[in-house]
Ligand binder design. Structure first.
Ligand SMILES: NC(=O)c1ccc[n+]([C@@H]2O[C@H](COP(=O)([O-])OP(=O)(O)OC[C@H]3O[C@@H](n4cnc5c(N)ncnc54)[C@H](O)[C@@H]3O)[C@@H](O)[C@H]2O)c1
Ligand SMILES: N[C@H](CO)Cc1c[nH]c[nH+]1
Ligand SMILES: [Zn+2]
Length: 411
């Protein structure tokens, strides 16, 4: 568990995506070829149950409210309110129209019309993910919002997940998980109409399937097994650090927790507490490294690009500006990742496996695209026309040049 610095960067090589893509390829091909029949067969094979139905009927969703404790519904409402507030305020999907005098240039956002959300449901169930994806999607204006989630033991969907989907505004809910769900949403079956974009987290099979289908359908990002990296000095509470690690490790045997600390004492205490409390988890994936300085920790963290970065040391807030690559950052001892996972308001669907170097977490913009537009006057054409003609000719594109020349010649 306490490992040397040289080991730490090699951890990223652990998930071999090519290997998992090869594994899910036959599943995706079968669903493409045989539709619903394949969805049912793979569900029997991987989830060990037969679905009661593929699409959850409306009455079942309505009844779900009676099967969930009021206190849990209240908790969902608190989470929903905070997620909605943060996502509405931070949405940068603002249409812009600029009048430059002789021309108007602009940028206009429109929602993606149909989006499929994968809501995990293998080891744990994830009603929180329904909120994290559904709320920004509806703020963006997605018309057709589809959820796919694996069956519970009864072959249906857990009432709490149904309530969360309903509160978030999902239009269709299907009982299917894994790579077969991703294929169903990407290519369509007799029951599922294909969608234009697929978002949401999942295990290695789900994430590999998203990587595979992304040549045909847009995806958000690879959001695979959870990760946390904690930068801590001697002021950090070892109990808090240990439990934040265990919290992310409990998601998946492939989850990863890294602690980079300047304190040998802290390292030893975190190791001791994790061993004592986290016996049921894959503690092989908890790596604790003693570093020379907090700056060195930040440098390593930027290379690792963790899904969650927690900074618990003196002047932690000041360090934020040095963070280049991370999905979401948690600063100070009272900001456990679990709060971002559920209810503080930021999104928990985040890039993993080092993809935080190039992808962002889910937001309202994930569900939108923008177009630019222009309205040029004759004087704008006069102003830039000659330059356009020269550049078009230099590229050997005669008709581009001509299309401007003919306009310039006309009085
Ligand atoms: N990065 C994020 O934003 C984020 C957020 C939440 C959860 N997560 C991650 O989501 C994941 C949830 O995983 P889970 O397993 O609990 O649920 P899941 O729904 O992702 O996966 C369950 C499905 O995996 C498929 N499957 C299982 N074994 C298989 C096999 N051998 N071959 C092919 N398919 C197989 C089954 O079809 C099953 O329905 C965890 O890794 C968790 O860390 C990530
Ligand atoms: N930690 C997960 C993202 O890696 C999100 C989550 C959902 N529920 C609990 N946690
Ligand atoms: Zn979590």
């Amino acid at each position: 568990m306490i490992v040397s610095k040289s080991d730490i960067l090699s951890i990223r090589k652990k998930i071999d995506w090519d290997f998992y893509i090869e594994k899910v390829k036959p599943i995706v091909e079968e669903v493409k070829r045989r539709g619903d029949e394949a969805l049912i067969e793979f569900t029997m094979k991987f989830d060990g149950v037969r679905q009661k139905y593929l699409r959850v009927p409306k009455e079942e969703i309505d009844q779900a409210y009676d099967l969930v404790d009021d206190e849990i519904i209240d908790a969902l409402e608190i989470a929903r309110e905070n997620i909605e507030r943060f996502h509405s305020i931070t949405a940068v999907d603002r249409d812009i129209k600029i009048d430059f005098g002789d021309c108007i240039l602009g940028k206009r956002y429109t929602p993606i019309e149909s989006v499929g959300v994968y809501i995990p449901g293998g080891r744990a169930s994830y009603p929180s993910t329904a909120l994290m994806a559904g709320i920004p999607a509806k703020i963006a204006g997605v018309e057709r919002l589809v959820a796919c989630t694996p069956p519970d033991e009864s072959g249906g969907v857990k009432p709490l997940t149904l309530v969360a989907c309903d509160l978030a505004g999902f239009d269709e809910i299907y009982v299917v998980g894994g790579a077969q769900a991703i294929a169903g949403m990407a290519y369509g079956t007799e029951t599922i109409e294909p969608v234009e974009k697929i978002v949401g987290p999942g295990n290695v099979y789900v994430t590999a399937a998203k990587l595979l289908v992304q040549k045909d359908v847009a995806i958000d990002m690879p959001a695979g097994p959870s990760e946390i990296l904690i930068i801590a000095d001697e002021t950090a509470n070892p109990k808090y650090v240990a439990f934040d690690c265990l919290a992310q490790l409990e998601h998946d045997p492939n989850a990863l927790a890294i602690v980079l600390t300047t304190s040998k004492d802290l390292a030893e205490n975190v190791e001791r507490i994790a061993n004592a409390e986290g016996g049921s988890l894959n503690l092989e994936n908890l790596k604790i490294v003693i570093v020379e300085s907090i700056d060195e920790a930040l440098e390593l963290s930027n290379k690792i690009a963790p899904e969650h970065l927690s900074i618990v040391c003196e002047n932690a807030e000041k360090l934020l500006e040095k963070v280049k690559n991370a999905g979401s950052v948690f600063i100070g001892e009272f900001s456990p990742v679990a709060c971002g996972d559920y209810a503080s308001g930021t999104n928990h669907i985040l890039p993993t496996s080092g993809y935080a170097r190039i992808y962002s977490g889910l937001s309202v913009e994930t569900f939108m695209k923008h177009m630019t537009y222009q309205i040029l006057t004759k004087s704008a054409l006069n102003r830039i026309g000659e330059a356009v003609i020269r550049l078009a000719k230099a590229e050997g594109l005669e008709f581009h040049a001509k299309s401007v020349e003919i306009r310039l010649k006309e009085e």
